[in-house]
Write a protein that binds this ligand. Structure first.
Ligand SMILES: [Zn+2]
Length: 149
Protein backbone atom coordinates (compact mmCIF):
# COMPACT_ATOMS: atom_id res chain seq x y z
CA UNK A 1 0.00 0.00 0.00
CA UNK A 2 1.39 3.42 -0.93
CA UNK A 3 1.41 6.48 1.32
CA UNK A 4 -1.59 8.12 -0.37
CA UNK A 5 -3.70 4.99 0.10
CA UNK A 6 -2.72 4.79 3.78
CA UNK A 7 -3.64 8.46 4.27
CA UNK A 8 -6.98 7.80 2.55
CA UNK A 9 -7.59 4.78 4.81
CA UNK A 10 -7.02 6.90 7.91
CA UNK A 11 -9.23 9.69 6.56
CA UNK A 12 -12.01 7.18 5.89
CA UNK A 13 -12.23 6.49 9.64
CA UNK A 14 -12.02 10.11 10.85
CA UNK A 15 -15.25 11.76 11.85
CA UNK A 16 -16.01 13.24 15.24
CA UNK A 17 -19.04 12.06 17.17
CA UNK A 18 -20.30 12.80 20.69
CA UNK A 19 -20.28 10.27 23.51
CA UNK A 20 -21.98 10.70 26.91
CA UNK A 21 -22.16 14.49 26.40
CA UNK A 22 -21.26 16.82 23.54
CA UNK A 23 -17.86 17.72 24.98
CA UNK A 24 -16.83 14.04 25.18
CA UNK A 25 -15.98 12.87 21.70
CA UNK A 26 -14.31 10.23 19.57
CA UNK A 27 -13.09 10.11 16.00
CA UNK A 28 -11.66 13.61 15.81
CA UNK A 29 -8.42 11.92 14.74
CA UNK A 30 -7.98 8.59 12.97
CA UNK A 31 -4.80 6.60 12.41
CA UNK A 32 -3.83 3.96 9.90
CA UNK A 33 -0.64 1.96 10.10
CA UNK A 34 0.95 -0.49 7.71
CA UNK A 35 2.90 -3.31 9.34
CA UNK A 36 6.13 -4.85 8.08
CA UNK A 37 4.02 -7.92 7.25
CA UNK A 38 1.85 -5.80 4.95
CA UNK A 39 -1.30 -5.56 7.03
CA UNK A 40 -3.19 -2.34 7.77
CA UNK A 41 -4.72 -1.51 11.16
CA UNK A 42 -6.73 1.56 12.06
CA UNK A 43 -7.88 3.34 15.18
CA UNK A 44 -9.64 6.50 16.32
CA UNK A 45 -8.99 8.78 19.26
CA UNK A 46 -11.19 9.10 22.32
CA UNK A 47 -11.29 12.55 23.95
CA UNK A 48 -12.77 12.31 27.45
CA UNK A 49 -12.65 14.33 30.66
CA UNK A 50 -9.74 14.05 33.10
CA UNK A 51 -7.35 12.91 30.36
CA UNK A 52 -8.65 9.34 30.30
CA UNK A 53 -8.98 9.24 26.53
CA UNK A 54 -6.24 8.20 24.15
CA UNK A 55 -4.77 8.99 20.76
CA UNK A 56 -5.80 7.33 17.50
CA UNK A 57 -2.29 5.85 17.24
CA UNK A 58 -2.88 3.95 20.51
CA UNK A 59 -6.04 2.38 19.12
CA UNK A 60 -4.32 1.38 15.86
CA UNK A 61 -1.34 -0.09 17.74
CA UNK A 62 -3.70 -2.04 20.01
CA UNK A 63 -5.44 -3.50 16.94
CA UNK A 64 -2.02 -4.46 15.53
CA UNK A 65 -0.98 -6.11 18.80
CA UNK A 66 -4.27 -7.99 18.91
CA UNK A 67 -3.10 -9.65 15.67
CA UNK A 68 0.28 -10.34 17.37
CA UNK A 69 2.21 -7.99 15.11
CA UNK A 70 4.65 -5.39 16.45
CA UNK A 71 6.64 -3.94 13.53
CA UNK A 72 5.25 -0.80 11.95
CA UNK A 73 6.46 0.14 8.45
CA UNK A 74 4.41 3.34 7.97
CA UNK A 75 2.00 5.23 10.23
CA UNK A 76 -0.18 8.28 9.68
CA UNK A 77 -2.82 10.14 11.66
CA UNK A 78 -5.30 12.60 10.17
CA UNK A 79 -7.90 14.83 11.75
CA UNK A 80 -11.56 15.00 10.76
CA UNK A 81 -10.67 17.68 8.19
CA UNK A 82 -8.16 15.36 6.49
CA UNK A 83 -5.08 17.18 7.78
CA UNK A 84 -2.10 14.97 8.67
CA UNK A 85 -0.99 15.35 12.30
CA UNK A 86 2.43 14.43 13.70
CA UNK A 87 2.30 11.87 16.53
CA UNK A 88 2.59 13.25 20.07
CA UNK A 89 5.59 12.33 22.20
CA UNK A 90 3.66 9.64 24.06
CA UNK A 91 2.75 7.91 20.79
CA UNK A 92 6.36 8.11 19.57
CA UNK A 93 7.48 6.40 22.78
CA UNK A 94 4.67 3.83 22.45
CA UNK A 95 5.84 2.84 18.96
CA UNK A 96 9.44 2.54 20.17
CA UNK A 97 8.50 0.38 23.16
CA UNK A 98 6.27 -1.95 21.15
CA UNK A 99 9.26 -3.03 19.05
CA UNK A 100 12.81 -1.64 19.09
CA UNK A 101 12.98 -2.17 15.32
CA UNK A 102 10.34 0.53 14.85
CA UNK A 103 12.88 3.29 15.58
CA UNK A 104 14.81 2.49 12.38
CA UNK A 105 12.03 0.83 10.40
CA UNK A 106 8.92 2.94 10.97
CA UNK A 107 8.26 5.84 8.59
CA UNK A 108 6.03 8.49 10.12
CA UNK A 109 4.05 10.56 7.64
CA UNK A 110 4.04 14.26 8.52
CA UNK A 111 2.11 17.26 7.22
CA UNK A 112 3.53 19.23 4.32
CA UNK A 113 6.17 21.79 5.25
CA UNK A 114 4.67 25.01 6.61
CA UNK A 115 4.10 27.66 3.93
CA UNK A 116 5.32 31.20 4.71
CA UNK A 117 2.50 33.71 5.38
CA UNK A 118 3.35 35.85 2.32
CA UNK A 119 3.06 32.81 0.08
CA UNK A 120 -0.17 31.72 1.78
CA UNK A 121 -1.81 35.11 1.13
CA UNK A 122 -1.00 34.90 -2.57
CA UNK A 123 -1.73 31.19 -2.88
CA UNK A 124 -3.71 29.98 -5.85
CA UNK A 125 -6.72 28.08 -4.45
CA UNK A 126 -6.54 25.75 -7.45
CA UNK A 127 -2.89 24.84 -6.74
CA UNK A 128 -2.28 21.16 -5.96
CA UNK A 129 -1.91 20.12 -2.32
CA UNK A 130 1.77 19.84 -1.40
CA UNK A 131 2.92 16.29 -0.68
CA UNK A 132 3.30 15.05 2.86
CA UNK A 133 6.72 14.65 4.41
CA UNK A 134 8.06 11.57 6.19
CA UNK A 135 10.62 10.88 8.89
CA UNK A 136 11.90 7.78 10.62
CA UNK A 137 10.57 7.28 14.13
CA UNK A 138 14.16 7.28 15.45
CA UNK A 139 14.69 10.77 14.02
CA UNK A 140 11.55 12.01 15.79
CA UNK A 141 12.53 10.26 19.04
CA UNK A 142 16.34 10.46 19.28
CA UNK A 143 16.50 9.71 23.03
CA UNK A 144 13.79 7.15 23.89
CA UNK A 145 12.99 6.69 27.55
CA UNK A 146 13.44 2.91 27.44
CA UNK A 147 17.08 3.16 26.33
CA UNK A 148 18.07 4.16 29.86
CA UNK A 149 16.22 1.25 31.48
ZN1 LIG B 1 -0.48 10.57 20.78
Amino acid sequence: MDDESLIAEAARHAGEFALAKPSLTAGTVACALLTAAGNVYTGINIDLACGIGFCAEHAAVAAMLNARETRVAVIVAVNHRGRILPPCGRCRELLAQVDRANRAGCRVLLPPAPVPMAVTAAADPAAPTPPCRAALLGDLLPEPWMEGK
